[in-house]
Design a protein around this ligand. Sequence first.
Ligand code: ZN
Length: 124
Amino acid sequence: MIDLDAIQARADAASPAPWWTSPDYSNTGINYGHGNNRQQIGKMHGTGDAAFVIAARADVPALVAELRAAREVYAELGPILEPLRVMHGRHLGTDHLPCGWCRLISAYDKAMGASDGHKDAAVW
Ligand SMILES: [Zn+2]
C-alpha cells in the first residue's frame, strides 16, 4: 500500500505552492514566490516536464487528500462487504470466472493493501 504519510511529508518539505514558470513555457525555470521573494528552484529541459513538475506541486497533496478520503470510505465498506464475501464464496465453483462481486471484493482488498480477493476465492 502506498505510504501517504511519506508522500505528504515530502510535499510538505518542498518549497511552498504555487510553483510557476513563464505562461508560454518559453523559460522552463520553475519558480515560487513573487517580486523580491521570487526564487528559482529548478529548471527543466522540456515544457512538458516543467508543466508536470509545476502541476505536481499542487496535484500531489490533492491526490494524497483524495486517496485518504477514499480509504476512509473503503474502511467503512469492510464490514458491509464481509457477508457478501462469505456468501459469494459459498457459491464459487472451480470454473467460476471473475464476476462483478469478485471485482468489487478484489478492488476493496487491493485498496486496503490486502491480497487479491479473487485469487483467494478458491479458499473461501
Ligand atoms: Zn465472482
